[in-house]
Design a protein around this ligand. Structure first.
Ligand SMILES: Nc1ncnc2c1ncn2[C@@H]1O[C@H](COP(=O)(O)OP(=O)(O)OP(=O)(O)O)[C@@H](O)[C@H]1O
Length: 323
């Protein structure tokens, strides 16, 4: 289990991280999302010991992380950082040996990851001769080659084509199935929603929400339905407690006021014509993200009991939600 506890960081007189905490359990994939400049890279650098935090702790399996601990972790830094002129296989073997692997094991593992990640180019090619997407795959191989217990990946999906995204996602899933903890940052929220067991949304250096996407959807938010009826006209507008948010070819998207049951909506739809579709619509992670970033998030009704058990909404977030 990785625990980041109360991290704080200032650059000059600018505070970039404030009391930031989250945990990633074994076999858990944690998506770290936030606006540009929110503090994701800074957090990951502090976790990896590349940058010193001003406050807080980085713990692994209940103990303060040190250089020995971090040798068992894999890291894909934002600035990447492989050697452009070095041959692909040589540098993977080199990184694996740095992490304590024997040369034969390092070579076997490096060759296997190059194959698994579908790196196009011969193992003897220099990195700089590969396309950017292929260099990125090699970068992931460098993070994976020593079979780490924890992966910290800064925007691993950026710049990959859809096939590359699938390959990378599958590689991460296979690690998680083996009990590896994975934390990665991304602006591709659909992907984060698909892949991650838990998500943390950071804004201005503070963690504003942590939990599963389902948990983040909780709270007293209004329920939405999409309804498609074979009937012209604004039938839904007259239904009490119902607000029409959108009306298009795929039906109407409506929001029910708190306490309004869906039965009245269904009755009105049936009275209007043949009902083709009638289904609740959950907000996507992208919508939840916008709510957090715009300060309109709905706080869950129950108090959080901990970052890995329930979504955590700091007091400030709750104030914003009430405002
Ligand atoms: N070495 C540094 N010196 C001064 N300020 C810095 C330094 N590194 C980061 N910052 C500032 O810290 C803040 C957080 O940056 P960080 O790179 O952690 O954000 P991020 O969430 O990773 O952003 P992005 O999504 O754009 O990659 C930003 O305001 C950035 O300008």
């Amino acid at each position: 289990m990785l625990d980041l506890i109360g991290l704080g960081k200032r650059f000059g007189d600018k505070t970039v991280l404030q009391d930031l905490s989250f945990s990633v359990g074994p076999g858990q994939m944690f998506g770290f999302v936030g606006t540009n400049g929110a503090g994701k890279t800074t957090t990951m650098r502090i976790a990896m010991g590349v940058l010193a935090g001003d406050r807080g702790e980085v713990r692994w399996q209940g103990r303060a992380a040190d250089a020995g601990t971090r040798r068992r972790w894999g890291y894909m830094p934002e600035e990447r950082g492989l050697y452009a002129k070095m041959r692909i296989l040589d540098q993977l073997v080199y990184f694996a040996e740095l992490h304590g692997m024997s040369r034969p094991d390092a070579r076997r593992s490096a060759e296997e990851w190059l194959r698994t990640l579908g790196v196009s180019g011969a193992p003897g090619d220099r990195l700089e001769t590969l396309s950017l997407g292929n260099q990125q795959r090699v970068q992931l191989a460098a993070a994976l080659v020593h079979e780490p217990e924890l992966l910290i990946l800064d925007e691993p999906f950026s710049g990959l084509d859809p096939v590359g995204v699938d390959v990378m996602a599958q590689a991460l899933r296979s690690r998680v199935e083996r009990g590896v903890s994975v934390v990665f940052s991304s602006h591709q929220l659909e992907l984060v929603e698909q892949l991650c067991d838990a998500v943390g949304i950071i804004k201005d250096g503070r963690m504003h929400a942590v939990g599963t996407v389902q948990e983040l959807r909780g709270g007293d938010r209004a329920v939405r339905y999409r309804v498609q009826v074979d009937a012209p006209g604004p039938w839904a507008h007259a239904v009490p407690g119902v607000t029409v948010l959108a009306d298009g070819a795929d039906g109407v998207l409506v929001e029910l006021a708190p306490g309004t049951g869906e039965q009245g909506l269904l009755d009105a739809a049936r009275a209007a014509g043949r009902v083709r579709a009638f289904a609740p619509v959950d907000p996507s992670l992208a919508e939840l993200f916008r709510e957090v970033v715009n300060g309109t998030a709905h706080a869950p009704s129950e108090a959080p009991s901990g970052p890995s058990e329930a979504p955590s909404w700091p007091a400030e977030g709750r104030e914003e939600a009430r405002a």
